[in-house]
Write a protein that binds this ligand. Structure first.
Ligand SMILES: [Zn+2]
Length: 164
Protein backbone atom coordinates (compact mmCIF):
# COMPACT_ATOMS: atom_id res chain seq x y z
CA UNK A 1 0.00 0.00 0.00
CA UNK A 2 1.51 3.33 -1.05
CA UNK A 3 1.91 6.04 1.54
CA UNK A 4 1.24 9.58 0.56
CA UNK A 5 2.38 12.70 2.29
CA UNK A 6 0.30 15.17 4.21
CA UNK A 7 -1.11 12.98 6.89
CA UNK A 8 -2.87 10.64 4.53
CA UNK A 9 -0.94 7.66 5.76
CA UNK A 10 -3.48 5.85 7.91
CA UNK A 11 -0.69 4.52 10.10
CA UNK A 12 0.72 7.99 10.60
CA UNK A 13 0.33 8.96 14.21
CA UNK A 14 -0.09 12.41 15.55
CA UNK A 15 2.64 13.96 17.60
CA UNK A 16 3.33 11.62 20.47
CA UNK A 17 4.76 13.94 23.03
CA UNK A 18 4.34 16.81 25.28
CA UNK A 19 6.37 19.64 23.79
CA UNK A 20 10.12 19.43 24.27
CA UNK A 21 10.25 22.91 25.78
CA UNK A 22 7.98 21.79 28.61
CA UNK A 23 10.13 18.72 29.20
CA UNK A 24 13.23 20.95 29.19
CA UNK A 25 11.78 23.58 31.53
CA UNK A 26 10.80 20.83 33.96
CA UNK A 27 14.27 19.30 33.77
CA UNK A 28 15.93 22.69 34.27
CA UNK A 29 13.83 23.39 37.35
CA UNK A 30 14.70 19.95 38.74
CA UNK A 31 18.40 20.69 38.23
CA UNK A 32 18.14 24.10 39.88
CA UNK A 33 16.14 22.94 42.87
CA UNK A 34 17.39 19.40 43.55
CA UNK A 35 21.10 20.35 43.25
CA UNK A 36 22.46 16.83 43.90
CA UNK A 37 23.14 15.40 40.41
CA UNK A 38 22.76 11.80 41.61
CA UNK A 39 19.15 12.55 42.44
CA UNK A 40 18.42 15.31 39.91
CA UNK A 41 19.45 13.35 36.80
CA UNK A 42 17.25 10.27 37.38
CA UNK A 43 14.36 12.48 38.54
CA UNK A 44 14.73 14.56 35.36
CA UNK A 45 14.64 11.38 33.28
CA UNK A 46 11.48 10.05 34.93
CA UNK A 47 9.83 13.45 34.75
CA UNK A 48 9.62 12.88 31.01
CA UNK A 49 7.18 10.01 31.38
CA UNK A 50 5.21 11.77 34.08
CA UNK A 51 4.71 14.74 31.76
CA UNK A 52 3.71 12.52 28.88
CA UNK A 53 0.91 11.11 31.05
CA UNK A 54 -0.44 14.62 31.68
CA UNK A 55 -2.98 15.71 29.03
CA UNK A 56 -1.22 17.63 26.28
CA UNK A 57 -1.52 19.13 22.86
CA UNK A 58 -1.71 17.29 19.61
CA UNK A 59 -3.22 18.10 16.30
CA UNK A 60 -0.75 17.56 13.52
CA UNK A 61 0.29 14.32 11.92
CA UNK A 62 3.93 13.38 12.21
CA UNK A 63 4.43 13.48 8.43
CA UNK A 64 2.92 16.95 7.98
CA UNK A 65 4.56 20.31 7.43
CA UNK A 66 2.75 21.54 10.52
CA UNK A 67 4.64 18.97 12.57
CA UNK A 68 7.97 20.24 11.23
CA UNK A 69 7.06 23.84 12.01
CA UNK A 70 6.12 22.95 15.59
CA UNK A 71 9.32 20.94 15.87
CA UNK A 72 11.47 23.90 14.79
CA UNK A 73 9.69 26.32 17.16
CA UNK A 74 10.06 23.80 19.96
CA UNK A 75 13.79 23.32 19.30
CA UNK A 76 14.24 27.09 19.15
CA UNK A 77 12.55 27.54 22.53
CA UNK A 78 14.83 24.87 24.04
CA UNK A 79 17.82 26.67 22.57
CA UNK A 80 16.62 29.97 24.10
CA UNK A 81 16.28 28.25 27.50
CA UNK A 82 19.88 27.01 27.33
CA UNK A 83 21.18 30.45 26.26
CA UNK A 84 19.14 32.03 29.06
CA UNK A 85 20.74 29.72 31.65
CA UNK A 86 24.24 30.32 30.25
CA UNK A 87 23.82 34.11 30.34
CA UNK A 88 22.22 34.33 33.77
CA UNK A 89 24.22 31.53 35.39
CA UNK A 90 21.99 30.77 38.35
CA UNK A 91 23.46 28.47 40.97
CA UNK A 92 23.82 24.96 39.42
CA UNK A 93 23.12 26.22 35.90
CA UNK A 94 25.26 23.46 34.38
CA UNK A 95 23.18 20.80 36.11
CA UNK A 96 20.04 22.62 34.99
CA UNK A 97 21.14 22.38 31.36
CA UNK A 98 22.10 18.70 31.73
CA UNK A 99 18.73 17.92 33.35
CA UNK A 100 16.85 19.92 30.70
CA UNK A 101 18.51 17.77 28.05
CA UNK A 102 17.92 14.51 29.93
CA UNK A 103 14.27 15.34 30.57
CA UNK A 104 13.65 15.87 26.86
CA UNK A 105 15.92 13.08 25.61
CA UNK A 106 13.55 10.06 25.62
CA UNK A 107 11.85 11.58 22.59
CA UNK A 108 15.00 11.02 20.56
CA UNK A 109 13.92 7.39 20.63
CA UNK A 110 11.10 8.37 18.27
CA UNK A 111 13.49 9.63 15.61
CA UNK A 112 13.26 6.39 13.65
CA UNK A 113 9.49 6.75 13.44
CA UNK A 114 9.83 10.35 12.28
CA UNK A 115 12.38 9.51 9.57
CA UNK A 116 10.33 6.57 8.30
CA UNK A 117 7.23 8.76 8.00
CA UNK A 118 9.26 11.43 6.21
CA UNK A 119 10.41 8.92 3.63
CA UNK A 120 6.94 7.47 3.31
CA UNK A 121 8.18 4.16 4.53
CA UNK A 122 5.95 1.86 6.52
CA UNK A 123 6.57 2.00 10.20
CA UNK A 124 5.64 -0.58 12.75
CA UNK A 125 5.44 0.44 16.36
CA UNK A 126 7.97 -1.39 18.51
CA UNK A 127 7.55 -2.19 22.17
CA UNK A 128 8.84 1.21 23.28
CA UNK A 129 6.64 3.16 20.85
CA UNK A 130 3.59 1.25 22.01
CA UNK A 131 4.49 2.03 25.60
CA UNK A 132 5.09 5.71 24.76
CA UNK A 133 1.80 5.92 22.91
CA UNK A 134 -0.14 4.13 25.64
CA UNK A 135 0.91 6.47 28.44
CA UNK A 136 -0.04 9.47 26.31
CA UNK A 137 -3.71 8.77 26.60
CA UNK A 138 -4.81 12.37 26.14
CA UNK A 139 -3.44 14.20 23.10
CA UNK A 140 -5.90 16.70 21.77
CA UNK A 141 -5.86 20.28 20.46
CA UNK A 142 -7.38 21.48 23.75
CA UNK A 143 -4.27 20.14 25.49
CA UNK A 144 -2.58 23.34 24.37
CA UNK A 145 -4.12 25.00 27.44
CA UNK A 146 -2.24 22.61 29.71
CA UNK A 147 0.99 23.14 27.79
CA UNK A 148 0.77 26.94 27.92
CA UNK A 149 -0.03 26.96 31.63
CA UNK A 150 2.87 24.56 32.21
CA UNK A 151 5.22 26.73 30.16
CA UNK A 152 4.30 29.91 32.04
CA UNK A 153 4.35 28.28 35.48
CA UNK A 154 7.76 26.69 35.00
CA UNK A 155 9.26 29.80 33.41
CA UNK A 156 7.98 31.72 36.42
CA UNK A 157 9.51 29.21 38.88
CA UNK A 158 12.86 29.20 37.07
CA UNK A 159 12.96 33.00 37.21
CA UNK A 160 13.15 32.70 41.00
CA UNK A 161 16.55 31.09 40.68
CA UNK A 162 17.97 33.98 38.69
CA UNK A 163 19.99 36.59 40.59
CA UNK A 164 20.07 34.74 43.84
ZN1 LIG B 1 7.78 11.61 25.26
Amino acid sequence: MPYRRGGSNPLSRTNLNMRAINHSLTGALIGLSVVNPLIAIPVAFFSHYLLDVIPHFSKEKIDSLEFDIFLIIDALLCFILVIFLIINRPLNWQLAIACAFIAASPDFLSINHYLKEKRNKPWKAGLYSRFASKIQWFEKPIGIVVEIVWLLAFTFCISFFINR
